[in-house]
Design a protein around this ligand. Structure first.
Ligand code: RET
Length: 238
């Protein structure tokens, strides 16, 4: 398989993910379902655009470092992540918080740390392979990532426990999936063409595509169905 094939797989998977969510969320919705519907649908649509621009050859720049032939740096991924990761975290925050407005500063803090992680991650990706500044930016980005985890497992979890047993349990499942899947991104960066070149461009593209499908399509559909089930239970209970 080629890098391009993986990018097309990403674009098609995101389109299918968006279509499936469109169907799941169709019809009358509670506010809770609507929140998750819009967030997860737009996550897939944003990623679909990003995969399309990469697959059609306009989402990367060619850099001279990283081997005799240089390397393609897919900046479009970082634009995608800068939009989609805050949306996914907002979705997780909403499963935890009865009223996000009560702790809006905490919520914004987590989203800010997340943006910081992606932007400094972009600097890490752009800087020359083998340079010391690459690892400086990588560490800064990882530090921001640690703040995101502190937000999830500290503030968000505390809020979920206060909200209800059901919210706490849903939150725990979602936060666990998200935490594990997200942790693999810096590992792919480290091993791939942006990091140590341990993996070539095809495995790097494959790994990011698979992670994106799990983190956006898989997690999105899971979270949307879960919210619908919760709404149905609430309706039945009156
Ligand atoms: C980078 C490199 C620098 C160090 C760290 C990173 C983390 C990236 C993450 C990305 C998550 C993306 C998702 C996209 C799907 O919607 C930027 C790779 C910490 C956590 C979940």
């Amino acid at each position: 398989m080629t890098v391009n094939a993986w990018l097309w797989i990403g674009a098609i998977a995101m389109a299918i993910g968006a279509a499936v969510q469109l169907v799941i969320g169709w019809g009358p919705r509670t506010r809770d379902v609507e929140n998750h519907y819009l967030l997860h649908l737009f996550v897939c649509l944003a990623a679909m655009a990003s995969y399309l621009v990469m697959a059609t050859g306009d989402g990367a720049i060619h850099l001279a470092d990283g081997g005799p032939n240089g390397r393609d740096f897919y900046f479009a991924r970082y634009i995608d992540w800068s939009v989609t990761t805050p949306m996914l975290l907002l979705g997780l925050g909403l499963t935890a918080m009865h009223s996000p407005f009560r702790r809006w500063a905490a919520l914004l803090g987590v989203l800010f740390a997340d943006s910081y992680m992606i932007i400094t991650g972009l600097f890490a990706g752009l800087s020359p392979v083998g340079s010391s500044q690459k690892w400086l930016w990588y560490l800064v980005s990882c530090a921001a990532f640690a703040f995101v985890y502190i937000g999830i497992w500290g503030l968000f979890r505390e809020e979920a426990r206060k909200t209800s047993d059901e919210a706490a349990s849903i939150f725990r499942t979602n936060a666990t999936i998200l935490s594990i899947v997200w942790l693999l991104y810096p590992v792919v960066f480290l091993l791939g063409t942006e990091g140590t070149l341990f993996m070539g461009d095809v495995p790097t593209a494959a790994a990011y595509t698979i992670l994106d499908i799990v983190a956006k399509v898989g997690y999105g559909i899971f979270s949307l169905l879960e919210t619908k089930r919760k709404a149905a239970r609430e309706l039945a209970a009156g």
